[in-house]
Design a protein around this ligand. Structure first.
Ligand code: ZN
Length: 159
């Protein structure tokens, strides 16, 4: 399948049937993410036990790209260790901003459908917001904004 039609197929699928949509009642970590550029708002709750993400959910009002990215993010990090999740956060950010060499080993799997997003500068933040918000939640920072800095992960960790 052509890369672009696969991308559209994945975005549509995750918007029709978002994975892990909702809010956990007994979350150990949570954060709210905001992308003022597009108006995306996300609420991420997760259950971290022994440094492992046992459960994760997201909800919010966002565009299709942000929603699909959030849905795929929750599916990708559920059951993973905090460290593996942080690796994915960095790899996805590098992918979306065009810094990742997709031919080198990485852990993104199907998330590489977002590789074309680097050519759409206004949508890069939509795709990154869920990952940015996950990073904030894992580091017990209650809110994250894509407008904080050019480098979302650095922006939240430097606060
Ligand atoms: Zn958006």
């Amino acid at each position: 399948m052509h890369a672009n039609s696969l991308y559209q197929e994945v975005i549509l699928d995750h918007n029709r049937k978002p994975r892990n949509y909702g809010k956990l009642d007994h979350a150990s970590h949570q954060a709210v993410g905001h992308n003022p550029l597009c108006g995306d708002r996300l609420d991420i709750t997760l259950q971290l036990e022994n440094e492992q993400i046992n459960n994760i959910a997201f909800q919010g009002e966002s565009c299709a790209i942000c929603k699909a990215s959030a849905s795929m993010m929750t599916a990708a990090v559920k059951g993973k260790s905090r460290l593996d999740a942080e690796t994915l956060i960095h790899e996805f950010r590098d992918l979306a901003t065009g810094k990742l060499d997709i031919n080198l080993p990485h852990h993104l799997g199907r998330l590489t459908v977002f590789s074309g997003i680097r050519d759409l500068p206004t949508r890069v933040k939509c795709a990154i917001l869920p990952w940015h918000t996950l990073h904030a939640a894992l580091n017990s920072i209650s809110s994250a904004s894509t407008e904080a800095d050019n480098d979302p992960a650095q922006a939240v960790s430097s606060k």
